[in-house]
Design a protein around this ligand. Structure first.
Ligand SMILES: [Zn+2]
Length: 335
């Protein structure tokens, strides 16, 4: 384990842990529809037949209104789960929008992509976040987190718990504390292997980290979000070590959509892993002509062998996947 810096010892936000119960309660309340409004107040007075007729008409209108409200509720429920993989250059930022309108932002991209990130969030009408999740404290993943917290009211921050030290992390944690935002530490709270109900049949499984690693990448939060038979597996920048522990862990990484680990690097994906996940769609988030050579040809070959359709933010820009829980639609469509 690396020696702790004074900065690491200083901040105590690691202990600022609060359960997700408050968020769940809020979310459930938000999903609840008010009872149908009582449009008529039936009168027992018999000496006004015309009034009875009027009341009957009102009842019919009320019944129709009730039916309409019920149908509206069903339509709302049937809105899709939408996952947008933002084009933030060499980095990661993904927005998950649930059928009832919850916004979950997983990573925020590098500071250089700030304008693009907020343009995408604005285009999608996002003016608050139910959760901000930082997969791990590297600039290309959490570089805009402080700006996000300052601009968008955020209900919960979920963090890997990896202490990297440095000004960016200190400022971010100080902002969390200043706003008194409920803070979830996936490692400290042993959340790997647990499931959170996001409502509308959408679930969030924390699959990793299961152990603490000295590497920020191998301590990435790995998540699976699912609706019906369609799952999305978000790998962060997990490398060989964390991927191996994921495969022997108790969680189920099978997913129709794979957000490829570590920008498609060579050490993020292999044949055994793809056989286990069995994805139909893979999304790689990386910058055009990046200096790391992402995505690596070895990884692209493995995806091709596994028969996976690959989308890339460096070639196709922001990529959106919509699902009703049975199938998924990717846009822009494959070229
Ligand atoms: Zn990265």
């Amino acid at each position: 384990m690396p020696k702790k810096t004074p900065a690491e010892k200083r901040h105590k936000l690691q202990d600022a842990t609060k359960p997700l119960d408050d968020f769940d309660r809020l979310a459930r309340r938000r999903l609840g529809l008010p009872p149908p409004e009582k449009l008529v107040n039936p009168s027992r007075r018999r000496w006004l037949p015309p009034l009875l007729l009027l009341l009957l008409a009102a009842c019919l209108i009320g019944y129709g209104f009730h039916r309409y409200r019920g149908r509206a509720a069903v339509l709302a429920y049937r809105r899709p789960l939408v996952v947008s993989f933002f084009d933030v250059g060499q980095g990661d930022s993904t927005l998950i929008q649930t059928p009832s309108g919850k916004n979950i932002l997983l990573d925020t991209g590098p500071p250089s992509a700030s304008a693009r990130l907020f343009a995408d969030l604005g285009r999608l009408g996002v003016n608050r976040l139910d959760m901000l999740i930082t997969s791990h404290p590297d600039q290309d993943h959490y570089g805009n987190s402080l700006a996000v917290l300052r601009r968008l009211p955020t209900a919960t921050v979920v963090d890997s718990g990896f202490v990297k030290g440095g000004l960016t992390q200190e400022r971010l944690l100080a902002e969390v504390k200043r706003q008194n935002i409920p803070f979830v530490n996936v490692t400290r709270q042993h959340l790997a292997g647990t499931r959170q109900d996001l409502g509308d049949g959408v679930t969030l499984d924390y699959l990793a980290p299961m152990t603490t690693s000295p590497s920020a990448n191998d301590n990435s939060i790995i998540l699976k979000i699912a609706l019906g038979r369609v799952g999305f597996l978000f790998m962060g920048d997990a490398e060989d070590g964390e991927r191996a522990s994921l495969l022997v862990g108790g969680g189920d990484p099978q997913a129709m959509v794979l957000k490829v680990a570590h920008h498609g690097s060579r050490n993020g994906t292999d044949d055994a892993f793809l056989a286990r996940v069995h994805p139909e769609v893979a999304v790689i988030s990386c910058g055009l002509g990046n200096r790391y050579g992402h995505p690596n040809q070895v990884t692209l070959d493995a995806l091709r062998r596994a028969g996976v359709n690959v989308w890339r933010t460096d070639l196709q820009g922001t990529i959106s996947v919509q699902t009703d829980g049975k199938t998924c639609k990717v846009s822009p469509p494959a070229k």
